[in-house]
Ligand binder design. Structure first.
Ligand SMILES: [Cu+2]
Length: 150
């Protein structure tokens, strides 16, 4: 009967599900590579040309974030012009790729010391393919980013 066969197959389905969970757990990276990560994108916007973008929530020219010690922060330039990341305050920090001078170029840093880190970007001229946008954009935001590390 149908009800009998359902009762006998259910435990088998549960076992398969548990086996799948075990495989995922084994494949997960160990603690050494489990450092927290955060990506912030510089996105092209019509009002002000560019803004910080977390991928959710409002895009802002001035953004403040709080991260845990040891967080790897990656900044990706998806604007229509180069951006160079410049520290303006806080503990010294090694930044890789601070000169984000091509589309999708990224800067990254691991924030190991607690403190308040401040940055701005210095933007360059429009990329050649985006020059026609210059006429439509009335003003340019100056991007400021504050990262608090607990
Ligand atoms: Cu821009």
């Amino acid at each position: 009967m149908a009800s009998h066969s359902f009762a006998t197959t259910l435990p088998v389905v549960k076992k398969i599900a548990l086996a799948a969970v075990a495989v995922v757990a084994l494949a997960a990276p160990g603690p050494a590579s489990a450092a927290p990560k955060l990506t912030v994108t510089i996105t092209h916007v019509m009002r002000g040309c560019h803004a910080w973008d977390l991928g959710h929530g409002p895009m802002r020219a001035k953004m403040s974030l709080t991260v845990k010690r040891g967080t790897l922060v990656k900044l990706v330039n998806n604007d229509v012009m180069p951006h160079r990341l410049v520290p303006t305050g806080g503990p010294t920090l090694a930044v890789k790729g601070a000169n984000m001078n091509k589309m999708a170029a990224s800067a990254s840093a691991t924030f190991r010391r607690p403190g308040v880190y401040r940055f701005k970007t210095v933007y360059g001229p429009f990329f050649p393919w985006a020059r026609s946008m210059a006429a439509e954009i009335k003003w340019m935001n100056v991007l400021h980013l504050t990262i608090r590390v607990k």
